[in-house]
Design a protein. Structure first.
Length: 156
């Protein structure tokens, strides 16, 4: 009989542990949370003054002066939707020297040069040849998310 009593105690002990002694997992409640990510800014930095871009003697045949205008950078932190874009524009006034002929803005061009990019976008150097009015200098298309572009243009 001793064997039956031991088995009976083990069964009762096991049943008691299942009922009283082992804590069950705490139940989780649903919690709603809202996260808002706001878009940043679209900005451009460019030098205020390019300085002396070159000297050439006046000639009957004409001549060309080409010089660096300083680094330009566009940062787009708008988290733009796929397919978005931006356009960097340029305009010039006439070059009026202290002596000699004036060079009109129609005879001034802009060459972007190589464009260093970060992020997903297609960048196009528009390289306008007449800066009389506002014209596209660099165009970004097919943007997805944040991006930036840097170039060092020359007057032409």
């Amino acid at each position: 009989m001793r064997i039956k009593r031991t088995r009976g105690l083990l069964v009762v002990a096991a049943a008691g542990m299942l009922t009283l002694g082992i804590p069950g997992p705490a139940s989780a409640a649903d919690t709603a949370a809202t996260v808002t990510v706001t878009g940043g800014a679209l900005s451009i930095t460019a030098p205020a003054n390019a300085g002396n871009i070159g000297t050439v003697a006046n000639s009957v045949l004409g001549s060309t002066i080409s010089g660096p205008l300083g680094q330009v950078q566009v940062n787009d932190a708008r988290a733009a939707a796929a397919g978005s874009g931006w356009v960097a524009t340029v305009i010039s006034t006439a070059f009026t020297p202290p002596a000699g002929p004036t060079i009109g803005a129609a005879d001034v061009g802009y060459t972007a040069g190589p464009i260093t990019q970060v992020g997903t976008a297609t960048y196009t150097a528009d390289n306008p040849r007449d800066l009389t009015g506002v014209v596209a200098a660099v165009t970004a298309t097919g943007i997805t998310g944040d991006n930036s572009a840097t170039w060092t243009p020359r007057s032409t």
